[in-house]
Design a protein around this ligand. Structure first.
Ligand SMILES: [Zn+2]
Length: 484
């Protein structure tokens, strides 16, 4: 889940409907007491009780992360994860458990990755090869230069001098002058970087404290050509930048052994469901991406979302509650390389999209779930406010209008389907675990994970049981939507 959502999550509290509960607000108000009495026997209360008493999300996550491990799309480990999650679905009594394949592109396997400064302080740099970038085919020695400068014109001076260089991404000068002229200069500069034949490139992680980051895609990137690339930790990147600022160039040795498969591979989405009793063809989807980056074990991105989605369906099934509409879990893949799995799902299910009541996506780490981003669809607020009402006492009450396009809800939204993104407390997601080597099981907050699963289960169940259909954007027929 990319960076934009950090801003979204951080700003979510600004859009809170009511203030978040404080620790000492637990005194039973009259309203609260009535809520408890009315809710105790409701279907949602049964599901909440089941998950509270018997949740398996934490042990499932530990198995997924510690035993199966990183789940790069196209890798055998991700296939193992699909196998295991589907077997869990069957164990929990879900039906129509199956896997849908789509064409992904070549797979990529991480290999040796080292970088060191030749001369100067001789430091071994902490580096990770950018996924899907090509191997250096053994140690590559070369001259590093800094892509940065005090002014844009200073940077433009690099054009014509890039061939064979290891380009280190520095900070860009402040945006000054005519934006149009500036954009033209930048396009020219990046055009030169793509065409002059650079040997490799290095980027710094945004995180402090040695935490790396990762990205990459079989479709390639926008800025750099298809040459070996890597991420340095922030401290080592800054050290290298200081040396480059002082000396103009520095000799480096890189060795990146990551390899791309010769042939394209298929990737998969795993699906299971609880059939609705009254309107089985109408569906509420709880979705999360099962794939992860491969420096850690994908605990918070997105093991937590995957096991919470599974737990939500386990909770409903084990509680004995029978939803009126079908509730379906979909575990996507290829999210990290370009939201490929959910795009493929939407394409393959085009004819059935009109029957989707709603999609709930869980992909924001390990923090407590606070509500759902409304993705710009204010008219859906009454439905969602009703759906999360049983969770208000748990602190799930935020429905910010924000819109984002960087997780698996995006392809559904594009198709007009009501789709909502779970808003969670940030914890240390974007500063530590997100895409880094520290995305491991011990960073997960077990209580918040179980609560998140509960929130997904109850919201889905309420949406599955309500009389009204949520209007799709392309339909926009409020009279029909409001009441059958
Ligand atoms: Zn994610």
């Amino acid at each position: 889940m990319p960076r934009l959502l950090f801003i979204l999550a951080a700003s979510a509290t600004l859009f809170a409907q009511t203030p978040a509960p404080t620790k000492d607000s637990g005194k039973a108000t009259r309203e609260g007491a009535e809520y408890v009495a009315a809710a105790a026997t409701s279907p949602s209360a049964k599901v909440m009780g089941e998950i509270k008493a018997h949740q398996q999300a934490v042990s499932n996550l530990q198995y997924l992360c510690d035993e199966i491990g990183p789940r790069l799309t196209g890798s055998d480990r991700l296939v193992k994860a699909h196998d295991w999650m589907e077997s869990q679905m069957k164990t929990y009594g879900l039906v129509n458990v199956h896997r849908e394949a789509y064409d992904f592109g070549p797979s990529w396997t991480r290999g040796v990755e080292t970088a060191r400064i030749l001369g100067h302080n001789g430091l071994n740099l902490q580096v990770a090869q950018m996924a899907w970038s090509p191997s250096t085919n053994g140690p590559l020695k070369g001259e590093a230069i800094l892509l940065g400068g005090k002014t844009l014109d200073e940077m433009m001076g690099l054009i014509g001098h890039l061939k064979g260089k290891i380009v280190v991404m520095g900070s860009f000068p402040k945006a000054e002058g005519d934006p149009k002229v500036r954009r033209e200069k930048m396009m020219k500069l990046f055009g030169a970087i793509r065409s002059e034949g650079i040997a490799a490139f290095l980027l710094g992680s945004e995180k402090d404290g040695g935490f790396l980051t990762m990205t990459g895609s079989p479709k390639g990137g926008r800025f750099f050509p298809n040459v070996p690339g890597g991420f340095l930790n922030k401290e080592h990147a800054n050290l290298l930048k200081r040396l480059l600022e002082k000396h103009g160039s520095v000799q480096l040795e890189l060795n990146f052994g990551g390899t791309t498969s010769e042939k394209p591979v298929q990737a998969y989405n795993s699906i299971g469901e609880i059939r609705g009793t009254e309107r089985p063809d109408e569906v509420v989807i709880i979705g999360a991406h099962l794939d992860s980056w491969d420096l850690g074990t994908g605990a918070t991105d997105n093991g937590t979302g995957s096991v919470a989605a599974l737990e939500a369906l386990r909770g409903i099934q084990a509680s004995g509650v029978k939803p009126r509409r079908t509730v379906r879990v979909v575990l996507f893949s290829g999210e990290e390389q370009g939201i490929f799995g959910s795009k493929a799902y939407v394409k393959a299910h085009e004819a059935e999209l009109k029957n989707i009541q709603a999609v709930l996506i869980d992909d924001l780490g390990t923090g407590k779930l606070r509500g759902f981003a409304m993705e710009g669809r204010e008219e859906l607020r009454p439905f969602m406010a009703a759906a999360i009402a049983p969770l208000n006492e748990m602190g799930v009450r935020e429905l910010p209008l924000e819109q984002s396009d960087d997780s698996d809800h995006a392809p559904f939204i594009e198709a007009g389907v009501p789709a909502f993104f779970g808003i969670q407390d940030n914890e240390d997601y974007f500063t530590t675990t997100h895409h880094s080597q520290a995305d491991t099981f011990e960073h997960v907050k077990p209580e918040a994970l179980a609560e998140g699963a509960t929130a997904m289960a109850v919201t889905a169940l309420e949406l599955a049981n309500m009389d009204a259909r949520l209007p799709h954007k392309a339909m926009e027929k409020p009279k029909e939507a409001a009441g059958h």
